[in-house]
Design a protein around this ligand. Structure first.
Ligand SMILES: Cc1cc2nc3c(=O)[nH]c(=O)nc-3n(C[C@H](O)[C@H](O)[C@H](O)COP(=O)(O)O)c2cc1C
Length: 189
């Protein structure tokens, strides 16, 4: 079983990357999925010029977009944690998504997906998370659950790399268990 996890952020110190890495570890350490490997992808490896129809007409779609799509194709399921900028996706994520969608509008290619979000504030990126959740079917994502983690620094120990709020840990474990069960069923039949 190959899981792909990434933060929809290009920050080197991304709190969403910390969160999605923790979620991936929870799946591995608690054995929620048998024989699972998790690849943590970094959006910085897929940096491209800002999408424009003119650039596409002149030069086609950059190979990085093909590579991003290929990583999703090879996976059995996805964990994505969304950073929120001005109530929406980060420009970095939107750009990767826009270019990739020119190859295949179903960017998530029918894969089971868990969508997370966190921010330093009390809303925990819930606006961008709602956008991503609503867009999941159009993007070919089989949504298996979503969770926003508010007030990141209060609820997550960055030194240990763990979520510390007991009820949020339970909520995340519940979401990941549903995801793992469905992903196993899809893969093993
Ligand atoms: C340009 C910009 C806009 C932001 N807008 C929001 C926002 O609308 N809502 C929010 O909760 N946080 C907002 N933030 C704070 C981010 O949640 C914070 O920077 C967080 O660390 C981003 O996640 P990341 O570390 O995974 O990139 C904004 C930050 C920046 C730099």
């Amino acid at each position: 079983m190959n899981l792909l996890a990434f933060a929809a952020s290009n920050s080197k110190h991304s709190i969403n990357k910390q969160l999605v890495t923790y979620a991936a570890q929870l799946i591995e350490e608690e054995g929620l999925l048998n024989e699972t490997t998790v690849q943590i992808l970094d959006l910085n490896d897929y940096e491209m010029p800002i999408y424009s129809i003119d650039r596409e007409t002149e030069g086609g779609v950059p190979v990085a977009a093909q590579n991003f799509l290929e990583e999703i194709r090879k996976s059995d399921g996805l964990l994505v944690s969304f950073a929120e900028h001005n109530g929406s996706y980060t420009a970095a994520y939107k750009n990767v998504f826009d270019w990739t969608s020119r190859i295949d509008a179903k960017v998530f290619q029918g894969k089971p997906v868990v969508m997370l979000a966190t921010s330093p504030g009390g809303r925990g990126g819930s606006t961008v998370l709602a956008t991503a959740v609503a867009a999941a079917p159009r993007a070919g994502g089989e949504l298996r659950g979503s969770l926003s983690i508010p007030s990141f620094s209060k609820n997550f120990d960055s030194e240990e790399g763990v979520l510390t709020h007991p009820e949020l840990v339970t909520a995340l474990r519940d979401v990941l268990t549903t995801f793992a069960d469905d992903t196993a069923r899809l893969s093993y039949g």
